[in-house]
Each structure stands twice: as C-alpha cells, then as structure tokens.
Design a binder for this molecule. Structure first.
Ligand SMILES: [Zn+2]
Length: 473
C-alpha cells in the first residue's frame, strides 16, 4: 500500500514537530465520500509546503474523522447535498475556513513570512468536517436563530477535531504521557488549531487564546448568552458563537476525562472511551430539543443516552462535568436521570421544523429600512425540559423564542454578518463582503433571514454603519 506524509493534529502542535507517514487513505467512499478540488496527485510522501503534501494530509485527516464518526452515525447517513462533499483546500487569501452545505472551503495567508494554509491543519479540517457531520445528524440546527445552537455547532466542530486526533495511537500515547492520564489538563488535543491561532494572534493579539485558536481547557461557567456582550477578548466570554462554544467544549472534555478515569487511563481504554463518547453525543443530538438553552438539552440528552446505551456507566462523570459548569442545574440533572429512559425511548423529533416567527429590528441603524425579519426561532421551554444553572442559585429560565431570536439577529447585524445585497443590490449593505454568514431573502412581502455558512472568523469587529439608508422593503 502507498504511504503518504501528514500532520497528526496541527503543523504547530508541538516544538520541532515533523509530519508522520501514514497509509494512503481512500477518499472516494460511497457513503460519506469526499471530492477534493483539483487532480489527485500520485500517493507518495511529499515534502511539507507542497500542494501534494497538503492534498494527502487533508485526505488523511478528513478520512480519519469520517471513519471515527461513521461508527456512531446511522447507516443511511449522507451529506446534506446528497453527493460527495467538495473540499477546496485553497480558495484564496484569508485566515478562514467554512462549511456551506456544499463544500468545505479553506484559505491561505502569509503571516510574518510563514505561509499558513487553514486546510493544512487536521484540527481545522476536522472542525469543518464536524459542521458537515452535525448538519447530517440534525439539519434543523442550520437555520435556528439561537446563539446557543450556533455555539453548539462550533463546539461540535472542536469536539470532532479532538476525537479525530484521538483516533491516532501516537496521539493517545503522547496525550496520556503529557497529562499523566488526566485528560482534562491542557494537551495537544485540548489545544485547537495552534498554527491558525498563532497567525490570527499576530494581528489581533487578544482574539484567540495564548497557545492556540481555542483551548478546550478553560474556566468558563455557563451564562445565558443573550445576556453577554457581543464581543470580548479571548480571556472572557461573549455571545459570539466561537467564544461561547468554549463552555460546552470544556464541560464535554471534562466528561471525557471522567469517562476515562472510570475505565482506567491506558491507550486502549482511551480509544474505547472516545468511541463511546461519540456514540453518546450523536444520540444526544438526535434527541435533544432545539430550545434556546440548547446546551442543557444536549447535556440532558447525554445522560439519557448513557442510561440506554451503557446502562448508566458514565452517569456520575457526565453529571459532575455538566453540573460543574452550570450547563445543567443540579435539580435539572436529577430530574433528567429519573426520566432519562422514558424520554429517550420516545421517538426523537428529527423531522420537526422550527417555528418561523417575526422579529422586530431597527433596520435603519444598519442601513436598511426593514422593520421585521422572519427567522426560525428555537423552541420555548417545556415543563419537562432541562435547565441550566443560574449564576447564584437554582435553575435559570430559558430565554423565550422571541428574546433568543432577537438577540441572535441583533448580534449578527452588529458584527456585520448579514448579506443584504439581494434586497438592495446597488446600495450600501450592512454585511462586509466575505465576512457574512447569513443573507436576507425577500419572499412576497416578507424578508427572511437564512444561513449561508459557518465560518471561522473570530476577530470580527463592529462594522461601520453605512451613510445611506437602503431600499424600503
Ligand atoms: Zn466552525
């Protein structure tokens, strides 16, 4: 079999790191296949920095991620577009990457003389892959007007990068040695996208963590995202989804550490626990109610899935991790455990569409004479649904669908993430080209907010207000 050269997790994940050689992966699979843009170079060991190296490095990382998640996904899982997922490893100059339901797109930029390709980092590759996989598991999350749902999409991407890296025996060995078997300590796998983080840090020093793009080991306690500022340095939480995602990712990594602690920390048990963790997460996402406090719903789903799949073997560790972070309130965790089996046995509402509601916006502030947008709102709380912890005592009431949607829309507009060119193509629009994630689409007399993609820009700054108002709608 041919061998290729590839990074294990990131080009800058350790000092003096060199690529490893690996068997050439099979890219064209019938089930969750990939279609890399451009001709396939012959499979052999290429020198780093060449396009042949980047091609096989990306094919290796993405195949590893698909192989890992394939074990947890149902047999009939397919990409959202219903065909091979297109992968463009170099779509132009930027420090970015995105998933738009058709393709995974990566970029490059030269920073301090170093050519940084986002598609050269297995961490970034498997993060984007995570967006695509979550979209196959729960497509209703795509358009949900909820900060917490968008943040979970980012968290799932980071978890996908961690679990894909742990597929490698060499990484498991290093991580166990470096952390003394305590997976909740900072390590190569907790540090996501070291090189991209370094590149962004050169121009925006406080936009990313000091040692990588995002470290899954942090000290953030749950807050209702609608109450957070729209931007903050990396040392604080904001409602920006990449920032807020760190609460869930950290709790989840702690739960993985607890699961490993229960089984005994060896490379073999780490491999087994990582597989169990993926099965739990997929089951939780399939059943979790898409509510404004979505983190709590997924955490409750994990406890419920553990009761069914593993007879509650990981219950105490999961509860400690998610209650400890305030993602689940203590009373909610108890209630979840008592009702876990019954609720998981009920068929998941995979096909249930989210309700469309009208959200009032002051479009003039953003150069648009739009008074109302139609959005897909998250569901409201139900009598039995899980709750997060209040910062002081007890449980926190979930934001109403109206408040959650309004906060989500306001954040997008403030960050310049909405493309309104379809409404007023010749006028100034609130979104910055290449920086938008959503678009405004006119349908009859209504204007609807629709997601176009998930991208990885974390250093967004408030957009300048255009001088002239846009067209009436
Ligand atoms: Zn992302």
């Amino acid at each position: 079999m041919s061998r290729i050269a590839a990074w294990e997790d990131d080009p800058q994940s350790a000092l003096h790191i060199e690529p490893v050689t690996r068997p050439a992966p099979i890219v064209k699979q019938p089930r969750l296949g990939l279609s890399l843009v451009g001709p396939e170079p012959p499979a052999r060991v290429y020198v780093r920095g060449t396009s042949g190296f980047r091609y096989w490095n990306a094919a290796d990382a993405l195949s590893r991620g698909i192989c890992y998640w394939g074990r947890a996904l149902p047999e009939d899982a397919r990409w959202h577009a219903g065909r091979s997922l297109v992968v463009d490893l170099d779509a132009g100059v930027d420090l970015n990457a995105y998933y738009d339901r058709q393709e995974l797109c990566f970029f490059h930029a030269t920073v301090r003389g170093v050519a940084v390709y986002s598609g050269e980092s297995p961490d970034v590759l498997c993060h984007e892959l995570g967006h695509a996989l979550l979209d196959t598991i729960r497509p209703q999350l795509w358009n949900a007007a909820s900060i917490e749902v968008a943040s979970f999409h980012e968290s799932f991407g980071d978890i996908s990068a961690i679990l894909s890296a742990l597929e490698l025996e060499s990484v498991r060995d290093v991580v166990l040695a470096d952390t003394g078997g305590k997976l909740a300590r900072a390590s190569r796998v907790s540090r996501l996208a070291e090189q991209l983080g370094w590149a962004i840090r050169q121009s925006h020093p406080d936009a990313v963590d000091a040692d990588c793009l995002r470290n899954a080991v942090n000290s953030f306690f749950y807050r209702q995202p609608e109450s957070l500022p729209p931007m903050a340095p990396a040392s604080a939480l904001s409602s920006e989804p990449h920032s807020f995602s760190r609460v869930f990712t950290a709790a989840w990594l702690e739960s993985l550490a607890e699961m490993l602690g229960r089984r005994g920390a060896t490379p073999a048990t780490l491999a087994a626990v990582a597989v169990d963790a993926g099965r739990l997460l997929v089951a939780a996402v399939r059943s979790a109610r898409i509510a404004s406090n979505y983190f709590a719903q997924v955490a409750a789903g994990l406890l419920a899935a553990d009761a069914v799949l593993f007879d509650g073997a990981y219950r105490d560790g999961l509860r400690r991790a998610f209650v400890g972070r305030g993602i689940l309130s203590m009373s909610s965790a108890e209630a979840t455990l008592h009702g876990a089996r019954a609720r998981t046995a009920a068929a998941p509402r995979r096909g249930a569409a989210l309700r469309t509601i009208g959200v009032p916006v002051d479009g003039r502030a953003y150069g648009l004479r739009v008074g109302r947008l139609l959005v897909e709102a998250p569901l409201g709380p139900a009598r039995w649904s899980a709750a997060s912890a209040a910062p002081d005592l007890g449980s926190l009431a979930a934001a109403t669908p109206e408040r959650a949607s309004r906060a989500f829309v306001e954040d997008l507009l403030r960050r310049g993430r909405v493309d309104a060119s379809a409404l007023a193509p010749t006028r100034a629009t609130p979104g910055r080209p290449g920086r938008t994630t959503h678009a405004l689409v006119r349908k009859g007399g209504d204007v609807r907010l629709v997601r176009r993609l998930f991208h990885e820009l974390v250093s967004g700054r408030c957009t300048r207000m255009p001088a002239r108002a846009g067209k009436d709608v």
